[in-house]
Ligand binder design. Sequence first.
Ligand code: G3P
Length: 220
Amino acid sequence: MKIFIDSAQIEEIKALEDLGVISGITTNPTLASVTGKKFKDLVSEIFTTLSKDRIINLEVIATDYDTILIQGRALAALDERVVVKIPCIPEGLKACKTLSEEGIRVNITLVFSPMQALLSANAGAYFVSPFVGRLDDIAMDGMETVSEIVKIYRTYDYKTQVLFASVRSVEHIRLAALAGVDIVTSPYKLIMEMYKHPLTDTGLTQFLEDWNNAKEEFIV
Ligand code: G3P
């Protein structure tokens, strides 16, 4: 399962790029707007921060077919790593079909049900983004929704990849991997929590203490 960072903060993106554990990023209009940067400047910083083979999900801010097409083509033309995020509305799925036929990769976002995911796959989506945490927030079962999407896609051999979004905990990421999703997009702090285990810390402290007490010389 691949991991993307869900962020528009360059410092966070750079930190995880340097650690080598992410395959791409997702942004959305909210994440981009809180940076306070001009969108053009932000995007060009993201392009230079990430290496060649990463995926960069950038979202349109239109809701009608013609404008989604214009914005989607413009985003895709910026860089070959771009996947265009489009909301799961009728005009968005229509635009997904058109852009996909042109060879532009589309991520259908704001997906909350298996039926929306089914339509997205039929519209040729490259990624589908179920927002798991937001379903949990309203006392619905986000994991069940994701599991059903994975099952439907596998049953009918859809090529659309499931991109688990709106992650709220490391436990979400574990469950996503067990459910067979293709990618999780997570906030920075949760990815950093994935590294942590108290036994790693105590084990390392012990190793170094024992080594230092023995006063051995290392090979370099
Ligand atoms: O980027 C889309 C999604 O991950 C948003 O998550 O935390 O705003 O529900 P959240």
